[in-house]
Design a protein around this ligand. Structure first.
Ligand SMILES: Cc1cc2nc3c(=O)[nH]c(=O)nc-3n(C[C@H](O)[C@H](O)[C@H](O)COP(=O)(O)OP(=O)(O)OC[C@H]3O[C@@H](n4cnc5c(N)ncnc54)[C@H](O)[C@@H]3O)c2cc1C
Length: 372
């Protein structure tokens, strides 16, 4: 029986797993190497599958209140003309038919407040120095010198996971995709009441409401060689990238300036082969399957990982059986998200026709809408 669990990494995946297990009566300790447990200030898109997972975790109402939930994506031509797309979700539609967005620090605040309210011990500024395991448990030595024995250790320490290196030293490394993602927080005009994706331009651009007052705009740029962009060049660079776009992009471009909240990230991916566990140490979230944002589903799959892990552990006293059950429910979904997202990025670079791009996303989204 799994009674004591150490979760390494307090991001979206680690906090979701910790909450789901704690609600099943498991004693959870959560550690994060960041002494301040910070999250950078960018927006995040929440797709229907992610909303469904957050609903199951019990935080959907808070996301509605402090973020934004809307009736789905609206496709646009790059010059600002609306193009036919899926109809909006009807009033009262279930989360899976909706979409949304939120600032990452707000989501972090919601989840971390829930974690503390659930009585989960949170220790910051420490990580695992080393661990040894036997058939019945895992002995962990933390970087502050403290030691403890756990029934299970969950590695949720993100794309550059040290836990992954520890248990799978030969695991694949993250791969750069030749694209970078720019994100800008901007005031939300009332007409941006759904996510907008602009097709047909020289690069993929979109916007997503994240609160009653704000939205974020993203641009996916082809950046072979993975160049570094000095912060003082960001505004000018973005103004140039946005110049061919019309619609609601125009005002965002015109309002760019020193005050603009801009975040740039090169895009990388990683898919660890099955299994993501060794003995009593299991990896979840980006530590096992880091995706590019083309399906905006990385957070959703990380939350699902946490929910499914807790369910499988509650089903049986046999840890090996629970972890096998976890893999059987997780691998193909995570693979679908990672592979479709990476393919979509490649299609954008190659200038694949819009209809083909939207069809690929529609097929994958339909599969993800199935129960997990
Ligand atoms: C540019 C970009 C845009 C994205 N946009 C979206 C989007 O719109 N929608 C979406 O759903 N997904 C999006 N994603 C993906 C999403 O951000 C990730 O899939 C998600 O954050 C994964 O959560 P995680 O908890 O696994 O990892 P993380 O969020 O990376 O959290 C890892 C945690 O572990 C901690 N940590 C790191 N190393 C250690 C260590 N050694 N010991 C202890 N703690 C450690 C970190 O401090 C952090 O708190 C995007 C990704 C990128 C790169």
């Amino acid at each position: 029986m799994v009674k004591d669990v150490l979760v390494v990494g307090g991001g979206i995946g680690g906090m979701s797993a910790a909450l789901a297990m704690a609600r099943n009566g498991v004693t959870v300790t959560l550690i994060d190497s960041d002494p301040n447990w910070r999250v950078y200030g960018a927006g995040i898109t929440i797709t229907g599958m992610s909303l469904r997972a957050f609903d199951q975790l019990g935080v959907l109402d808070q996301i509605r209140e402090r973020g934004f939930v809307h009736t789905g994506m609206r496709p646009m031509r790059f010059d600002g003309e609306r193009i036919p797309g899926p109809p909006p979700a009807p009033p009262g539609a279930p989360p899976i038919m909706c979409g949304g967005g939120i600032m990452r620090p707000v989501l972090h605040d919601i989840l971390s407040t829930e974690v503390r309210a659930a009585g989960i011990e949170v220790r910051l500024g420490v990580t695992v120095d080393h661990l040894t395991q036997d058939d019945n448990g895992v002995d962990v030595v933390l970087t502050d010198g403290s030691t403890a024995r756990y029934d299970l250790v969950v590695g949720a320490d993100g794309i550059y996971s040290k836990m992954r290196e520890m248990i799978f030293p030969d695991a694949p490394r993250p791969q750069f995709t030749d694209q970078g993602c720019w994100r800008i927080v901007a005031e939300r005009p009332p007409e941006v009441d759904r996510a907008e994706i602009y097709f047909g331009g020289p690069l993929k651009v979109g916007m997503s409401p994240i609160s009653q007052s704000h939205m974020y705009v993203f641009l996916l740029e082809h950046v072979p060689g993975n160049p570094w962009f000095a912060p003082e060049t960001h505004v000018e660079h973005l103004a140039r990238l946005m110049a061919p776009f019309g619609g609601n992009i125009t005002a965002v471009r015109e309002n760019l300036g020193e005050h603009s909240q801009i975040v740039y990230r090169p895009l990388e991916w990683l898919l660890l082969p099955d299994p993501w566990y060794s003995g009593r140490v299991v990896l979840i979230g980006d530590a096992a399957h880091a995706t590019t944002p083309h399906m905006a589903s990385g957070a959703g799959v990380a939350v699902e990982d946490g929910l499914v892990l807790a369910e499988e552990l509650a089903r049986t006293d046999d840890v090996a059986q629970a972890l096998r059950g976890f893999m059987d429910r997780r691998f193909e979904r995570a693979k679908l998200v990672v592979e479709t997202s990476v393919q979509q990025g490649r299609n954008e670079i190659d200038g694949t026709e819009r209809q083909q791009q939207t069809n690929i996303l529609a097929v994958a989204s339909k599969q993800l809408a199935a129960a997990f």
